[in-house]
Design a protein around this ligand. Structure first.
Ligand SMILES: [Zn+2]
Length: 251
């Protein structure tokens, strides 16, 4: 399939757990990774079978209410219903730093050997997040909106990490990330990214096409190839909705 024919791929967005079939249909054939912020939200979506959405089970580091009801046993129970873990991570301004670190460590320890994709938040704490990946030996995490420096990027790649990038990121940061490690995201409804809908990846694909001197169709094909590599290595391809696994297999 050529890049121009491939659906848009959004590797990190926030979608309401009660999203309707009509709203999903409005996204066309786009594929969206829909992270959740709390186990309660994950519980609401665990039985949904949406062909174009990959729902995540997460505990957002900056959401105190989500941290307060964190329950490792409940998380493990939910995990089997998901191909994606997210949103998890650390947030420098999210409060209760020690609690954030202990939850993140616990989550990583549980997901380390599971066939899942893992979307990680690292706002203000890229070095600490990468250190956690090393400490727990978690390979193939997807670092979302990652603003670490060259050393952080190198250490992340030592752990086979990927990066989901958006249109609010600087050109300098985008150029720091190797092409075979990049996925696109909107972090919808984050205002700074200015995506009109989930899967509105046009602006970031344009920025990458300029940074990499290739067409936007080639950017899209590259990101799908990257997802294929990661999904096969992690085993998550077995849990992805069939429609998405088919796109990957017929690339
Ligand atoms: Zn997010």
């Amino acid at each position: 399939m050529t890049g121009a024919k491939l659906p848009a791929l959004d590797a990190h967005a926030h979608i309401a757990p009660d999203v309707t079939q009509g709203q999903i249909a409005a996204l066309g054939n786009a594929v969206v990774f829909a992270v959740t912020r709390s186990l309660h939200e994950a519980d609401q979506v665990k039985n949904r079978r949406d062909n174009s959405l990959v729902w995540g089970v997460g505990v957002h580091p900056a959401v105190a209410a989500a941290r307060a009801v964190w329950d490792a046993a409940r998380f493990e129970e939910l995990l089997g219903s998901f191909a994606l873990v997210g949103e998890i991570g650390l947030d420098r301004r999210g409060g209760s730093w020690a609690q954030q670190r202990s939850i993140f460590h616990e989550v990583l320890t549980i997901v380390r050997d599971e066939p899942v994709l893992v979307s990680v938040h690292s706002s203000g704490a890229p070095t600490e997040v990468v250190q956690h990946l090393h400490d727990v030996n978690v390979r193939g995490a997807i670092l979302h909106w990652f603003n670490g420096d060259d050393t952080d990027v190198k250490r992340a790649i030592d752990m086979d990490a990927y990066f989901s990038v958006n249109a609010a990121m600087s050109e300098e940061q985008l150029r720091r990330l190797p092409r075979d490690r990049v996925l696109c995201e909107t972090d919808f409804p984050a205002r700074k990214v200015r995506a009109r809908t989930p899967a509105d990846t046009q602006r970031i694909e344009k920025l990458l096409s300029e940074a990499w001197s290739i067409s936007t169709g080639e950017v899209r094909a590259t990101t799908w190839w990257n997802l294929r590599t990661l999904s096969e290595r992690s085993g998550a391809i077995e849990r992805l909705p069939e429609k998405i696994a088919d796109v990957l297999l017929y690339l």
